[in-house]
Ligand binder design. Sequence first.
Ligand code: FAD
Length: 378
Amino acid sequence: MRIEIDNFDNYRKSCREFLEREIVPEHQKWEENGLVERSFWEKLGQSGLLGMSVTPEFGGLGKSDYRFAVILTEELIKSGVTVPGIVAHNDVVASYIFALGNEEQKKRWLPELCSGKRVAAIAMTEPGGGSNTADIKTVATRQGDYYLVNGGKTYITNGINADLIVVAVKTEQGQQGQGISLLAIERDMPGFSRGEPLKKIGWNGSDTAELFFHDCKVPITNLLGRENLGNYYFMSAMPRERLSISTVAVASAEHILQSTLEYVKERTAFNQPIGSFQYNRFMLAQLDTEVKIARVYLDNAVDLFNQGLFSLVDAARIKWWTTELQMKVADRCLQLHGGLGYLRDSIAGKNWLNSRAQTIYGGTSEVLQEIISKSLGL
Ligand SMILES: Cc1cc2nc3c(=O)[nH]c(=O)nc-3n(C[C@H](O)[C@H](O)[C@H](O)COP(=O)(O)OP(=O)(O)OC[C@H]3O[C@@H](n4cnc5c(N)ncnc54)[C@H](O)[C@@H]3O)c2cc1C
């Protein structure tokens, strides 16, 4: 049954009910296997949660207001369901294809991405390094009406399940950052293979893999946008990707803090609730204030994004600041859980492990601060 997307409150309620009913009961199994089942994607697609901003002619809901995406992320976080795979599928790949694809490509791929029949991934990072996105070594050589792709990618979210992968390749030698193109590589293309799921310390319900291309034959009709403009497209898409990670950060920080507040009121030491000691009260007061600042900051960013005014530097600032805050909240809150927090399967332990990836993918905190400082003329 498709979820109605008429107003924010109804949409939130429907998302929550759907996740509780269809996804949460299965989630533990997926975490144990380190892989979500295909049924996850199909259920999300049937309910209308995929490709929300894609227009109806291509199978989406045509809701470009980013506040709907924020609600979905918040409900995923609250229900403890893995988020990175959905962000990569929805916020990154579907958006790339919708923005860059020609009419034929959109018709070919978007309806199946929106229905969950196909799973998408984005592959930029290479084993030699991911921070410098201009330094791509995977090469695509044009031979008549196809490219021959050679190279490899790593840490790719949805890497095991993905049927359609937007891959950054070098199509022309020259200066770093130039001559990069985006190719949509499909599941059964000859010369494409993938490794075993990578064993991560967190986000276990999200599959992550290495991808290998050995003389992989990709038709030129799978080129997204124009040849050699990949870096420009990548920069244009970054604000959305970083906004989505910031949304995860703020929703997670709020959720972690809320559940910890409940815990510290119940748990006692020295015959009083641990939350009533002055040290803990002040620490929680500080976290509460910072999380509330983050919410206002995020709301403002979403507003700017909806107006088309959210820049690459805005995205760097908020992604850096909110993900560092999430990590700080997760760390302090784990401490408040004592030994329980150190158990891998405790909520506080899981929150800490999941939070750790946030300052790494989508641009590390260090790289983001480089971007911010350059904008200051430094
Ligand atoms: C869970 C997870 C999911 C991911 N999913 C995807 C995905 O779907 N697609 C994809 O393409 N990639 C994905 N990645 C990869 C991610 O984007 C990279 O890990 C990230 O960009 C960093 O690259 P790297 O790991 O090669 O680190 P490196 O580039 O080797 O950097 C190592 C360290 O050096 C620091 N450093 C680098 N340059 C500078 C500098 N100029 N100044 C100061 N410090 C610097 C970095 O900040 C970092 O701390 C994922 C990663 C994780 C952990």
